[in-house]
Write a protein that binds this ligand. Structure first.
Ligand code: TXA
Ligand code: MG
Length: 335
């Protein structure tokens, strides 16, 4: 406990001095720097090999800090979203007041802000007492780290300090809600779902064509880029595509495929999977939450085992299923 306290204080000092600190959040691990320090934020882009026009998310310790980065009074929708769902996996986009450096915003007049709930992130932000820009701590295009081991593999030697916070509870990046206009718009689906926002009375722009399938219609600037790909090829199928699955497995090498999906959707394919020599392992998830939490870890696992491909059976596009479909669609291709 004492050691952890010490490393959090070291992390806070490093952040204030312009260093890069990799820290856990409840969604994924983030690579953090002082959001007001342009030079420090540029180092994030270098370490991640991130395209220079993909802005960073700014992390704050509490809702009071929002007023310090917003231009004028924060929009009601942003305050309400943070009040209802923070600390937690929601990010609000608001106009900024110039206190966030241009490297972090990539020169946009808006900034994406969130309050993470992971205790290590909370202690670090409170101790640093500055807004911290932190994208997911993966190399660009690769899966986001959701455990300390994945974070170390992605960024060892590139961050000044890596804080250990165990396994991330949500495992998918935060929901991004554009609060700069009405209606609000979900720019990236995540753990706070469309249904949760609608139930709370938010007016949301209609999802665009293809949103349910996650076919790349979300508008966060980062969504243009290919994301989340492991070395293994990721292939996607609906549970009903039995013939396609059979054909795909017949063409793969012995013990070369990791299959994953919800238990209820894998069940109808069970006899097929148990007979196919190509199947190295089947991961059956009991809930959408468990599926979401495990996606990047499963990619990591497939690569560590040197498997040729991952076959994901898609969940329905409701609740967290929308975010899962979105990430899988970016990582792979349909059968
Ligand atoms: O859960 C998360 O949000 C994680 C953890 C570390 O907090 N962070 C994260 O950051 O996912 P990153 O960089 O991987 O994704 C940031 C996303 C990008 O798609 C980016 O385009 C979008 O946020 N974004 C940042 N600033 C924005 C802005 N002003 N307007 C719209 N989208 C913005
Ligand atoms: Mg990312």
């Amino acid at each position: 406990m004492k050691r952890q306290q010490q490393s959090i204080e070291d992390g806070a000092r490093l952040l204030r001095e312009g260093g890069l600190v990799l820290f856990p959040t409840e969604t994924v691990y983030g690579l953090g720097a002082d959001a007001g320090n342009n030079r420090a934020c540029l180092r994030i882009f270098e370490a991640k090999e991130r395209p220079p026009d993909n802005p960073l998310i700014v992390h704050i310790a509490d809702i009071e800090q929002l007023a310090g980065v917003c231009e004028g009074a924060p929009p009601d929708s942003a305050l309400r979203a943070l009040e209802l769902f923070s600390p937690g996996p929601i990010t609000v986009v608001v106009a900024h007041n110039g206190s966030i450096c241009p490297a972090a915003t990539t020169g946009l007049p808006t900034v994406a802000v969130r309050i993470p709930s992971h205790p290590v992130a909370r202690s670090l932000l409170a101790a640093a007492a500055i807004p911290v820009a932190a994208p997911s701590a993966n190399r660009s295009g690769r899966p986001s780290p959701t455990s300390y081991a994945m974070a170390v593999e992605a960024m060892e030697g590139r961050a000044d300090l890596i804080l250990d916070g165990g396994t991330c509870e949500v495992g998918l990046e935060s929901t991004i809600l554009d609060c700069t206009g009405t209606p609000n718009r979900i720019l990236r689906p995540g753990g706070v779902t469309r249904e949760m926002l609608l139930d709370a009375g938010f007016h949301l722009a209609l999802p665009e064509e293809g949103d349910q399938g996650g076919e790349d219609h979300y508008r966060a600037p980062g969504s243009r880029y290919q994301h989340y790909r492991p070395k293994a090829a990721v292939r996607l199928a609906e549970s009903r595509e039995r013939e396609g699955v059979e054909r795909f497995l017949a063409a793969e090498g012995v013990a070369s495929v990791l299959v994953l999906g919800l238990r209820e959707q894998i069940e109808p394919l069970s006899s097929l999977l148990s007979l196919a020599p190509a199947v190295a392992e089947v991961q059956r998830f009991e809930s959408l939450e468990e599926f979401g939490r495990s996606i990047y870890d499963s990619f990591f696992r497939a690569d560590r085992r040197g498997l040729r491909s991952v076959l994901a059976i898609l969940p329905e596009g409701v609740g967290v299923g929308v975010a899962i479909r979105d990430r899988l669609a970016r990582a792979g291709t349909r059968l």
